[in-house]
Design a protein around this ligand. Structure first.
Ligand SMILES: Nc1ncnc2c1ncn2[C@@H]1O[C@H](COP(=O)(O)OP(=O)(O)OP(=O)(O)O)[C@@H](O)[C@H]1O
Length: 454
């Protein structure tokens, strides 16, 4: 962090607990690996915090997939319906539309949510004049699910601000099918349910054949990776194939206290004020739903201690949720020694009286919080790379935090390089629309399978 020189000692000291040493990161890796192994093993799975659910996806795309597919992507800020056509030479034609999920639907009855999804699907198919076709559909549903097959996923719990009654324990594919037939508008054949991390892995593997990890750093954080079937003890699918994709659900890592040695008062505050206290503690230290709020909490404390803004905050700064995660990216995008975006953000927050020193301090806090997130994500990715132990592995990543934060990629490249077993090569690539393409690819790979057996 090159700007330390101009940052007062008190500010730096307050931020120390938010900076993780390599030793701490290695300890986190050890604990995460232990959690992953417990999630995979028959005897320890039930009690394991990191669930490592099997996905039943065993084949990666190989470029021979062809046809027209639908995809639904539900799992965070936006809900999307997509129509994707796979052609020769990896040609990918995609039409998509974003539909809002109103807040009252996010926390209302489950039936209302699935009816809404079915209505949006029907409207989209009509708009594209395909309402009379029965197309295969991949359903990206990015919440923790126990899968019982490629087309059966039971919701374990809601995350990321959703809390719809009557869905936990239910098969979300069945709920979607019921809603579609109930609305009676279109016909669809659901070919697979997956989450966005799996979709990201598949969409990157379509381009980069050594892709073995899919990572999300968006509203939430999660990862999926390619595991040997022999290690996936609970997998009851085709054990004659060598691999199966594992959905780690690592957002829950730490829910048993494993991360308490690095959690701070700010992390505890975020958790206590969330709709799922005590849950998803790893995710809450990394992802976009919480990053801005973490920064705000640090700024509030420093303001109250008269270390910022001459002790004069603003109503907007003191109100929860007002410091958006995109502000972190904007503030850190200012060139060294300049504060144009920072000033704009502070003005929006009623802090027009900030001095240049305040701006430098605010940027420092943003850097500390986003760097911690990038380092935690890196430690978790390095854990998987070391576990996979292939000579060269590509990690596909999606999510607005990774996509838009100006330094996240570089921070991750540097830290993963420090943490992986010497000799293992890796690369990380941005997934172009992983959840949508990935869902279509699941449907397409399944269709390829049918074609083969037919
Ligand atoms: N410019 C930005 N820089 C950093 N974070 C951002 C930016 N814009 C949006 N975000 C954050 O990214 C999150 C949304 O992530 P994304 O767009 O990947 O959506 P998502 O699909 O809902 O996420 P997920 O895949 O976790 O379900 C929000 O928490 C938001 O605050």
């Amino acid at each position: 962090m090159c700007e330390c020189v101009s940052i007062p000692r008190e500010i730096r000291e307050r931020c120390e607990e938010l900076q993780l040493s390599d030793e701490q990161l290695r300890e986190i890796m050890k604990r995460l690996l232990d959690n992953i192994e417990r999630g995979l093993a028959r005897d320890t799975h039930a009690a394991s915090i990191v669930k490592c659910f099997v996905t039943y996806v065993q084949d990666l795309p190989n470029g021979t997939e062809r046809g027209k597919f639908m995809a639904l992507d539900l799992g965070g800020t936006n809900f999307r319906v997509l129509l994707i056509e796979l052609g020769e030479n990896m040609h990918f034609d995609m039409k998509s539309k974003i539909f809002a999920i109103p807040q009252h639907i996010m926390v209302g009855p489950g039936k209302q949510l699935f009816d809404h999804i079915a209505d949006c699907l029907g409207a989209f198919m009509k708009e594209h004049h395909i309402e009379h076709e029965c197309l295969p559909l991949g359903f990206t549903f990015s919440f923790p699910c126990v899968q019982k097959g490629l087309t059966k996923g039971l919701l374990v719990r809601w995350t990321k601000g959703f809390d719809c009654e009557g869905v936990i324990g239910q098969d979300v594919v069945e709920l979607l099918e019921q809603a579609i037939s109930h609305r009676n508008a279109v016909k669809i054949e659901i070919a697979g349910v997956l989450n966005d991390a799996t979709g990201t892995l598949l969409s990157c593997a379509h381009k980069q054949s050594n892709c073995r990890v899919g990572l999300i750093v968006g509203t939430g954080s999660n990862a999926c990776y390619v595991e040997k079937v022999e290690n996936a003890q609970l997998f009851d699918g085709d054990r004659s194939k060598p691999y199966v994709l594992i959905n780690t659900e690592w957002g829950a890592f730490g829910d048993d206290g494993a991360l308490d040695f690095v959690r701070t008062e700010f992390d505890r505050d975020i958790d206590n004020n969330s709709i799922n206290p005590g849950k998803q503690l790893h995710e809450k230290m990394i992802s976009g739903m919480y990053m801005g709020e973490l920064v705000r909490l640090v700024l509030v404390k420093m303001t109250n201690d008269k270390l910022l803004f001459n002790g004069q905050g603003s109503d907007l700064l003191f109100k929860r949720g007002n410091f958006f995660t995109k502000y972190v990216s904007e503030i850190e995008s200012d060139k060294k020694g300049t504060y144009a975006s920072c000033r704009q953000v502070l003005e929006e927050l009623g802090l027009g009286h900030a001095t240049d020193q305040d701006c430098a301090n605010v940027r420092y806090v943003c850097q500390v919080v986003s760097t911690r997130a990038a380092h935690l994500a890196s430690a978790a990715v390095a854990t998987l790379i070391n576990k996979i132990q292939e000579e060269s592995v590509t990690v596909g990543i999606d999510g607005s935090v990774y996509r838009y934060h100006p330094h996240f990629h570089n921070l991750m490249m540097d830290k993963i390089a420090t943490l992986v077993t010497p000799g293992l090569k890796f690369d990380i690539m941005l997934s172009e629309d992983g959840s949508g393409r990935g869902a279509a690819l699941v449907a397409a790979v399944a269709a390829r399978g049918h074609a083969k057996t037919a």
